[in-house]
Design a protein around this ligand. Structure first.
Ligand code: DGY
Length: 325
């Protein structure tokens, strides 16, 4: 019997290819750059499954071009690139990769936090420049991390992984979320709930871990920056559009906040030119980019595809209502 046809918009990693190749006939986008939209639309025509990255929009246009499609498996936990309602309307299952990237992403949020607080990139630039004249008492003085207050916005798996790491720095951890965590979770993590405005007023570091939803789009705007301490830093490893970048640039330029460290941007891959400042650390959306984690994410997406094509329920289904029967 012919194997079901799959299009993967990335070459993926060998362990994920192995999972797919056993059960499916897979066409990979092998080039290092992302595929042009027309190419994706052309290649999905005869496919029953799509393995895609967050750079591909799975919307009505794509679904229309893929009449045989049964599953769109995102290699990411965030799925704002997928119109889940449109998938459901057409009986296409959508999946994501939750859980496997929490610790790695929290590691990186801490990397950003430390880098901006201790001016690591400015130090690196000076050390490489050949112009370093030697130790000086007030050279590149940053701010302490230990003992400060960490405010976590979005207390899901990644937000909690962020909180766990704060213990070693003897920090006070506060968080805000639409849903307050259970008392035993708060106790276990030593985290206290605050409403958003109180959290902004108390935090020395505000770390964003909320998904991109209609209610979180543009959440950080001029009004929110106005509530932060002038000495506070904003860290974002969630989704760029959660922050209004024009307002952030204005807050940085006016000294309304002390700095920012960002892994995600409003209009990726474009980065607001006003963010290229000494007190901003910039990273190209790599918070989950360890080989171990990216391999796990690809394998998870491959397993979701194989499960569905074999008539099983994928583990990470976003729209169970799309499952027939
Ligand atoms: C995700 O999974 O949503 C990240 O942004 C990419 O790792």
């Amino acid at each position: 019997m012919a194997k079901p046809k799959v299009f993967a918009t990335h070459r993926l990693f060998e362990p994920a290819r192995k999972i797919l190749q056993e059960h499916c006939e897979v066409e990979y986008w092998e080039k290092p750059e992302r595929p042009p939209r027309e190419e994706v639309l052309r290649r999905v025509k005869d496919k029953e499954a799509l393995v895609c990255l967050l750079t591909e929009k799975v919307n009505d246009e794509l679904l229309l071009a893929a009449p045989k499609l049964k599953i769109a498996a995102n290699v990411a936990v965030g799925f704002d690139n997928i119109d889940v309602a449109a998938c459901t309307r057409r009986g296409v299952v959508a999946t994501n990769t939750p859980g496997v990237l929490d610790e790695t992403t929290a590691d990186f949020a801490w990397t950003l936090l430390m880098a901006v607080a201790r001016r690591l990139l400015e130090g690196d630039a000076l050390a490489r420049s050949g112009n370093w004249k030697g130790w000086d008492l007030d050279q590149l003085v940053g701010t302490d991390v230990w003992g400060k207050t960490l405010g976590i916005v979005g207390f899901g798996r990644i937000g909690r992984a962020m909180a766990r790491r704060a213990t070693g720095f003897q920090m006070k951890v506060i968080y805000t979320d639409a849903v307050r965590a259970a008392a035993n979770v708060e106790k276990g993590l030593g985290a206290e709930y605050r409403d958003m405005n109180t959290l902004l007023a108390e935090s020395d570091f505000v770390s964003v871990h909320t998904p991109l939803l209609p209610e979180t789009r543009g959440l950080f705007n001029v009004e929110k920056f106005g509530r932060m301490k002038r000495t506070a830093y904003l860290i974002n490893t969630s989704r760029g559009p959660v922050i209004n970048e024009n307002d952030l640039v204005a807050a940085l330029e006016s000294g309304r906040i002390a700095g920012a460290a960002l892994d995600v941007f409003e209009k990726e891959p474009a980065i607001h030119p006003g963010l290229r400042r000494a007190n901003v650390v910039l990273a190209p959306h790599i918070a989950s980019a360890s080989l171990e984690t990216r391999t796990k994410m690809a394998c998870m997406a491959a397993e979701n595809v194989v499960a569905l094509l074999q008539g099983r329920r994928p583990a990470n289904i976003l729209n169970p209502e799309a499952l027939k029967g």
